[in-house]
Design a protein around this ligand. Sequence first.
Ligand code: SF4
Ligand code: SF4
Length: 235
Amino acid sequence: MAYSGSTEVRAYSAAYACAFFIEQKFGAPSAYVPPDLDPEGGPRVPLQSLKLHAELAGIGARSFAGDILLHPEFGFMYYASVFTELELPADQPMADNPCPAPSCVSMYRSIGRTPCMKFCPAQCLEGEVDEQGRQKKSRYDMALCAELTQEYETVPKMLAEAVRDEVRSRGAEGLLDPDRKMLWYKVSAGSGAWFAQCFECMRVCPLATQAPQADVISRTEPVRAAAIASQTKKD
Ligand code: SF4
Ligand code: SF4
């Protein structure tokens, strides 16, 4: 299942509800797949790769941006999975990978890098585009990306410092210190949990930003137009 919206939490909620729905309506045992709760591997390790589930289901293909899955119609999405014994026809992986987009191929031909590679502040993305404009090689340095973006260990330390501060106003100021603004930005712009990403690779990605269903205003345009038409009819 894929969710195009603000946070992955909605996708998880929908998958949880879907598992109940399948059991109640079809009587087939179903279970929601927890995304990042492996009791032995730790909180960053999923029980199964939701990315692989989504790739096999054809709702995204691996991009140059650290293997983030992208879809030509929806751009960047969040994924959730359900295991079920209900017999369903299997989907197929996407026949064509939309990454790199044509404008990214042009940039690569010109400067040897695509937008995500060029603007990643950690410079952790590398890759090659072949003669046909397809991915030939891709390299993602996850440790560099994580060093820049996944600073959740910093947050409890910062809160502890603020609480310990003898002068409470200084503690609050500590939380709002200009040097810490980027951390709050990354947390709020990230996944909704402490797994913040800087998302520069997606901010400059034409698929993530310009896919028809990626923009909340353009994707809700038909609904608004239908509501206006219905109101006009009533008037
Ligand atoms: S999230 Fe930021 S650091 Fe990580 S790959 Fe994207 S641009 Fe680079
Ligand atoms: S900017 Fe987006 S479409 Fe372009 S190469 Fe990077 S991930 Fe692919």
